[in-house]
Design a protein around this ligand. Structure first.
Ligand code: GDD
Ligand code: MN
Length: 386
């Protein structure tokens, strides 16, 4: 039985490219494979319906027009539902991806058993005919950023193929921006990925939709993928950043509280309770400083808690007050650890007498790890699901 390809083509204002694309696909693949072309158009209103109707008489092509959604990746994903073949091919409509390369890409799957094949501009034999330094730099930078996820040379390619069964994995795909290939590579982690050289052509008609906005979306996408693949590391990075903002809040709060208390004391608005002074064996300014430290700690912990709750770990079913109490407890534990490590190092090792900041730093790091682990495991248990 002949293998059937489902060739998904996302389009936005590509009506004039579609007939040539369809004819070239037809003559490139029909000898060897059965196929269907699935065009997913985002309500371009450029007469694409008529073009498809004409083509339908000779070529197996289906059209889905989306009215309520937009975007290249989400168009491709919504095409997955219409697939009736065994192998999915995704390609651009603007003839940038030569239909003549489909065969060599698909054969890697049907004849060599690969699990995911990319039409690549950046391996030997591949090319992209725009030598524009700006576009090349962009491609290079995008590639470097994608490096933690994949070693392939052209993870940004919009031309790739894989067996339909890869989609069986019930992973939620995130249709953000242009980088559907990277998304599939990371989320579905296909085994045996390879690249086939292609000659990328500059489009003839219409214009590119890869705008600045898409580049910003790309960075957001990379961040999400990072959190998907290295979830704990991502949470730890954000936790540390939030901790840094907490430290600034802490210092500010200490400064403000201390200034206000001094002012009020000198004007006689408040009086320091004798019993506290005796208890802590200090003078009024020492008492004010201690009060300021406590105020700073409470404020910083509260702000850390809220930021982590809403921006780092997913909201959990746990009631916010109980969660706050737990976070506070963990923070006190972290503080104790920090204190213990720093003081211990300082007292037991002459080296740290000299490098006392190092002792303090190691204490801070220890506290951070305890804070993070406690927060992840005890405070924000059922966290993010991507
Ligand atoms: N349905 C739908 N909705 N299709 C879209 C949308 C959209 O919002 N935006 C773009 N497309 C379609 C275009 O009609 C075209 O068929 C394809 O997606 C690629 O869009 P282009 O505008 O031609 O993008 P490009 O040439 O700048 O980018 C291509 O090359 C990049 C590498 O340089 C794409 O293949 C990218 O994925 C690739 O990274
Ligand atoms: Mn293009």
């Amino acid at each position: 039985m002949r293998t059937k390809l489902s060739i998904i083509v996302p389009t936005y204002r590509e009506a004039e490219n579609i007939p040539e694309l369809a004819r070239r696909i037809d003559s490139a693949v029909k000898e060897k494979y059965n196929y269907e072309i699935i065009v997913i158009d985002d309500n371009s209103r450029d007469g694409i319906e008529n073009r498809i109707d004409e083509l339908k008489e000779t070529i197996p092509v289906k059209l889905k027009i989306r009215f309520d959604e937009k975007g290249l990746s989400s168009a491709v994903i919504s095409g997955f539902d219409m697939v009736t073949g065994e192998i999915i091919v995704v390609m651009d409509a603007d003839l940038s991806h030569p239909p003549e390369s489909i065969i060599s890409i698909v054969e890697k799957i049907t004849e060599e058993g690969y699990g995911f094949v990319i039409g690549s501009r950046f391996i030997k034999g591949g090319s992209s005919d725009h030598f524009d330094i700006y576009r090349r730099t962009k491609a290079l930078v995008s590639k470097i950023i994608a490096r933690p996820f994949t070693k392939v040379k052209d993870p940004m390619s919009g031309f790739f193929a894989f067996p339909v069964k890869l989609l069986d994995e019930k992973v939620r795909l995130n249709p953000l921006g242009f980088k559907i290939c990277l998304e599939l590579l990371v989320k579905l982690s296909p085994s045996r990925v390879t690249e086939v050289p292609i000659q990328f052509q500059e489009r003839l008609y219409g214009e590119s939709k890869l705008t600045f906005k898409q580049q910003v979306l790309y960075l957001m996408h990379i961040w999400r993928l990072f959190r998907f693949k290295y979830r704990t590391l991502g949470e730890f990075a954000v936790f540390s950043m939030i901790g840094t903002t907490g430290m600034i809040i802490d210092l500010l709060a200490i400064h403000i509280t201390y200034s206000i208390l001094s002012e009020m004391l000198s004007r006689g608005f408040i009086q320091t309770p004798e019993i506290m002074l005796n208890l802590l064996s200090t003078d009024p300014s020492g008492l004010m400083f201690r009060t300021a430290l406590v105020a700073g700690f409470i404020l910083a912990v509260t702000s850390n808690f809220l930021l982590n709750r809403y921006f780092n770990f997913m909201r959990t079913p746990l009631n916010i007050i109980r969660q706050y109490v737990r976070f506070f407890t963990v923070s006190i534990a972290g503080f104790a650890i920090k204190w213990f490590i720093s003081v211990h190092l300082f007292e037991t090792n002459p080296f740290f007498h000299r490098y006392y900041l190092l002792a303090a730093f190691l204490g801070i790091m220890g506290g951070l790890v305890v804070n993070f682990t406690g927060s992840k495991l005890l405070v924000f248990k059922a966290s993010r699901k991507d």
